[in-house]
Design a protein around this ligand. Structure first.
Ligand code: ARG
Length: 275
């Protein structure tokens, strides 16, 4: 028996009005590469429409001219009921986003709990609920030290895993919870201990091949029984369909130029940790 996820029906997204590849803070970003603004907007609109058609609600955060990566709302912070723990970004290029994120959440009625200064943590990009636990990753963007604070602030049982492959610099490039027993995983991004932790937490994983992981298959958004994916190779699609999921592929090629896919463009607002 598998129960659907208890979250994933309400999202925060930010339109790509000022999105561009303005700097290089992950291996996918190449400064000379130009993202097409019109196509980015079309792809973002299509992602919003696809999530809504799957039954999700999408709330929109206003874009800000100086912060091109603000579109990747997954990194804004961690939501726990009506509590919001804002990110502390590793790179100065993104640090200015936080004031806008905090303003949005405070305005929306969330209580804001801050991590200590100097401890990096990049929000849901590096922390996803799996069952009753919060799986949190560290190394490239988030510090291992953030995990004890996250646990203290939210009360969640945090399971730490180390990311080992810079191409998968955020947890959400390697993990997509599907339901109470299943998840799409890319263990090539995790150290051996992390693999063991995840094996214990996920009885039925869909393990991505390296080429599938490189297409950001794990960077998908799950709305009930619909999986919204940046790409879906046939093998992956067959397994998801055999499990009873519908797959919707959304082309997010302009955002891949900045190292982000479907999940990175969304932040679930209906997460209550430990439930
Ligand atoms: N350019 C952004 C960065 O490097 C992409 C963020 C992708 N977000 C994610 N949740 N994986 O920070």
């Amino acid at each position: 028996m598998t129960d659907p996820l208890g979250w994933g029906r309400r999202y925060l997204m930010c339109p790509p009005s000022y999105f561009r590849v303005a700097y290089q803070i992950n291996p996918w970003m190449v400064e000379e590469v130009v993202a097409d603004a019109g196509r980015a907007r079309e792809q973002w609109d299509n992602l919003v429409a696809t999530l809504r058609a799957a039954g999700a609600t999408v709330e929109v955060q206003p874009p800000e001219e100086d912060w091109p990566d603000l579109v990747f709302t997954a990194n804004a912070g961690i939501v726990n009921g009506n509590q919001f723990v804002p990110a502390r970004f590793r790179h100065p290029e993104r640090q200015g986003e936080t004031a806008h994120d905090v303003a949005w959440f405070a305005d929306a009625g969330f209580g804001v709990s801050e991590l200590p200064i100097g401890v990096c943590q990049e929000g849901a990009g590096d922390a996803l609920p799996v069952g009753n636990a919060l799986v949190a990753a560290y190394r490239f963007r988030s510090d291992a030290a953030s995990h004890a604070y996250l646990s203290h602030l939210t009360g969640a049982a945090v399971r730490s895993i180390e990311l080992v492959d810079e191409r998968f610099y955020h947890l959400d490039l390697t993990l997509c919870p599907l339901d109470s027993r299943r998840a799409i995983i890319a263990p090539l991004g995790w150290d051996r201990y992390g693999c063991a932790v995840m094996k214990a937490l996920i009885p039925e994983p869909l393990v991505l091949e390296p080429d599938e992981a490189m297409r950001f298959c794990a960077n998908s958004v799950v709305v009930g029984s619909t999986v919204v994916m940046p790409a879906c190779p046939p093998r992956v699609g067959r397994q998801l369909e055999a499990w009873g999921f519908d797959v919707a592929v959304c082309d997010v090629s302009e955002f891949l130029k900045a190292g982000g896919g479907c999940r990175c463009l969304t932040l679930a607002l209906d997460v209550t940790l430990g439930s």
